[in-house]
Design a protein around this ligand. Structure first.
Ligand code: AMP
Ligand code: TRP
Length: 331
């Protein structure tokens, strides 16, 4: 069957991934390999936009942990290109060139930018130029490989909207060169954390790592919030507002109806329900965790994947840069 197009996606290397990353993005990365030429990137330069200098020693181990998660989840480096952003420096050339056609106003209006500035306790005066330009670098990532499909979680959609605007402007000014990249969501584009309120995220410490031990998975899952109106064991629950039920649907699809029925009729308590979920997550992730251990024991395998990935990515990147320079009058 002919391929449907080209996929590009990236994640910032913040270490081991959690259930939200898996359900929101990684699952799709694996799935799309069947129909697309896929390129997956550990975006280390993007990580620098919010990193403190004293954290620099963590960057390389974080890349390794994250890439091991990708491979163990089923990203196949024989088929897909897996590489580290800074290993193909052409992206920084494209970033600079795109920054010449991107109005500052577009960047200042991106909702994630305002939110990051607030989170980092900065102002628009003190915040780095790199953070303002985050979506331009992200656009460069995608279009350097002329990707048309970008599997991400819901939180990334405003960035892709901007990427399309930059592409439209480039194509209009310099001639049709790039496809407009479209986001591709999973059925679970936003997974809530154990607090049941905010999105699952490492920085909020409301997450369960894919690589956690079965025991750790159980301990953390037991802290999850359920239906806040269910105060007594004898009260019927409302699974439709309960994050634990949502996770049952993904990790225990065959048993989810029983969970629903028993919860709404108060035949199951929340503690049992959470223990049951932990068990389902542990069963679901057992092959992943086994495979992960093999990569952990063979670090040179990961290095080889990344070296090969950079080599293959660079061949495409060089060609695009040549074309862009020509279109912009530099060659
Ligand atoms: P991050 O670690 O925030 O850079 O996220 C990596 C990928 O996982 C991105 O495509 C995000 O959109 C996705 N993602 C992160 N957290 C969640 C979540 N709680 N639910 C769904 N998707 C998520
Ligand atoms: N901004 C994305 C995130 O925080 C990471 C990213 C960088 C990305 N470049 C990309 C995602 C290109 C998709 C395509 O998760």
């Amino acid at each position: 069957m002919p391929l449907k197009g080209r996929v590009f996606s990236g994640m910032r290397p913040t270490g081991r991934l959690h259930l939200g990353n898996y359900l929101g993005a990684l699952q799709n990365w694996v799935e799309l390999q069947k129909d697309y030429q896929c390129i997956y990137c550990a975006v280390d330069v993007h990580a620098l936009t919010t990193m403190k200098p004293q954290e620099k020693a963590e960057l390389k181990p974080n890349i390794r942990e994250m890439v091991i998660d990708w491979l163990a989840a089923g990203v196949d480096p024989q088929q897909s290109i897996v590489f580290v952003q800074s290993h193909v420096p052409e992206v920084m050339v494209l970033n600079t060139l795109l920054s010449m056609i991107t109005p500052l106003g577009w960047l200042l209006r991106v909702p994630t930018f305002k939110e990051k500035v607030r989170q980092m306790e900065e102002t628009e005066e003190t915040v780095s130029y790199g953070l303002v330009g985050y979506p331009v670098l992200m656009t460069a990532d995608i279009i350097l490989y002329k990707a048309d499909t970008v599997p991400v979680g819901e939180d990334q959609l405003p960035h892709l909207e901007l990427a399309r605007e930059i592409v439209r402007r480039f194509n209009f000014w310099y001639g049709e060169t790039f496809p407009e990249p479209q986001g591709k969501l999973t059925e679970a584009p936003l997974i809530l954390g154990l607090d049941g309120k905010q999105k699952m995220s490492k920085s909020l410490d409301n997450h369960v790592e894919l690589a956690a031990s079965p025991d750790e998975t159980r301990k953390r899952t037991l802290t999850a919030f359920t239906d806040p109106q269910r105060l007594r064991r004898s009260d019927p629950g409302r699974p439709w507002v309960c994050n634990v039920y949502t996770l049952h649907k993904y990790f225990n699809p065959a048993g989810a109806q029983v969970v629903y029925d028993e919860c709404t009729t108060a035949r199951r308590g929340c503690v049992d329900c959470k223990g049951h979920l932990a068990q389902a997550v542990n069963t679901y992730l057992a092959p992943f965790r086994e495979c992960r251990r093999e990569y952990e024991a063979n670090p040179s395998l990961v290095d080889a994947v990344l070296a090969d990935g950079a080599h293959r990515a660079a061949a495409i990147a060089r060609e695009t840069i040549r074309e862009v320079k020509e279109r912009m009058g530099l060659l």
